[in-house]
Design a binder for this molecule. Structure first.
Ligand SMILES: [Fe+2]
Length: 183
């Protein structure tokens, strides 16, 4: 699949630039995870990039979010493995996680939000000066970025990853595209 084609579809379907940045962050972390775990980097990255393409199309309807995205992903030529991961990242759809790709998207999705928030509370609002230790500290503060489910992030253990390892790897991946994230 052509990344440019996917990005152009994202631009057609998503107006909110912060949402686009969230998808780019998820792409970067998923690629790093795949590399670390010896999985298919292109497939995992694509899943991260596409996973929220239907948030605006769904207009906040949590019962369709994921379904429309799965349809769009199929139209773009994504594999059924990618489609399945997109479907089960919204628990409301009741599609059970089966694969490592499903689990990777599930634990990565909220972590990108937590790391973004950890950068934004700094005076200079830059990822460059965020260290894994401070992400870990923020992780433990339940009221900080409360929408980022700690339980969901901790499910990285299902992939055989320690939490600290996951935080560090994800922070590094996001720092690598800090310019694109505007952080
Ligand atoms: Fe997401």
């Amino acid at each position: 699949m052509d990344r440019e084609e996917v990005l152009s579809s994202i631009r057609d379907n998503v107006e909110n630039l912060n949402l686009v940045k969230h998808m780019l962050a998820t792409e970067a972390v998923m690629r790093a995870l795949a590399k670390h775990l010896g999985e298919d980097e292109e497939e995992w990255a694509l899943t991260g990039l596409l996973h929220d393409i239907d948030v605006e199309l769904s207009e906040g309807n949590v019962d369709t979010h994921g379904k429309l995205g799965a349809d769009l992903a199929r139209e773009l030529g994504a594999s059924e493995a990618v489609v399945h991961a997109i479907l089960c990242h919204n628990e409301r759809l009741g599609v059970a996680m089966e694969t490592r790709l499903d689990r990777a998207l599930y634990c990565t999705d909220p972590l990108t939000g937590l790391i973004t928030a950890a950068a934004l509370v700094r005076p200079e609002k830059k990822l460059a000066n965020v260290v894994a230790r401070s992400v870990r500290k923020r992780f433990k503060e339940k009221s900080f970025a409360a929408g980022a489910s700690r339980e969901q992030i901790s499910s990285c253990s299902e992939l055989g990853l320690e939490l600290d390892e996951f935080l560090e790897l994800s922070l590094g991946a996001m720092q690598g595209i800090a310019v694109d994230l505007g952080l």
